[in-house]
Design a binder for this molecule. Structure first.
Ligand code: GAR
Length: 209
């Protein structure tokens, strides 16, 4: 089969907010910089700007709200059902601000990646840029990793280093990191979709490219 006839990999994005990482994935896909296509957006937040971006680009969207489910497990199953209907090759968390449980992750083994705005394992969880400023680090950055049940604890696929300036505010630092997030995200998605990513326990090796 030649490459022109090969099926494009199917990417489903989960986003809770503004969706600039989601937009970066769409842009890369449409400009030929990404080997997959975004086939669906799922959000837990009906007011997410990411939903407007999906609409603008004709990408199907589904809202799955936590409050619609009596338990976390049932929410996870509802989310898995919403994602599963798109038959994804890869599920990308792009600013999705909820922990995913076993009920969700078991449905998509080795297929869920997340981006986090710090050099993990430093500054996991919320407000990573604020944590970095308060700690006084000279360098921080961003990390793309496989998702496990912990908060930003999964095996690391890629990282970018970003300097912290003496006069940085949370906003200026977040903006500097975000530029790197957008390109790291695309680079890591391409590596995973091309099967260039090998896992050996916690260690991830990227071959070729
Ligand atoms: C990004 O900085 C992303 O790394 C972060 O939320 C922001 C979403 O921005 N994610 C986390 O902190 C997850 N722990 P975006 O909606 O513009 O892509």
């Amino acid at each position: 089969m030649d490459s022109g006839a090969r099926r494009k990999s199917r990417i489903v994005v989960l986003a809770s907010g503004r969706g600039t990482n989601f937009q970066a994935i769409i842009d890369a896909s449409r400009s030929g910089g990404l080997s997959g296509e975004v086939v669906g957006l799922i959000s837990d937040n009906p007011d997410a700007t990411a939903l407007k971006r999906a609409k603008r680009h004709g990408i199907p969207q589904v809202v799955v709200e936590r409050k619609s489910y009596p338990s976390k497990r049932e929410f996870d199953l509802g989310l898995a059902q919403a994602v599963g209907q798109f038959s994804p090759d890869l599920v990308v968390l792009a600013g999705f601000m909820r922990l995913l449980g076993k009920a969700f992750l078991d449905e998509f083994p080795e297929k869920v990646v997340n981006i986090h705005p710090s050099l993990l394992p430093a500054f996991r969880g919320l407000d990573a840029q604020k944590q970095a400023l308060e700690y006084g680090v000279r360098y921080t950055g961003c990390t793309v990793h496989f998702v496990d049940e912990g908060a930003d604890t999964g095996p690391i696929i890629g990282q970018r280093v970003v300097p912290v300036m003496p006069d940085d505010t949370e906003d200026t630092l977040a903006a500097r990191i975000l530029v790197e997030e957008h390109s790291l995200m695309v680079e890591c998605i391409n590596a995973v979709l091309a099967s260039r990513v090998r896992r050996n326990g916690r260690k991830v090796i990227i071959c070729g490219g």
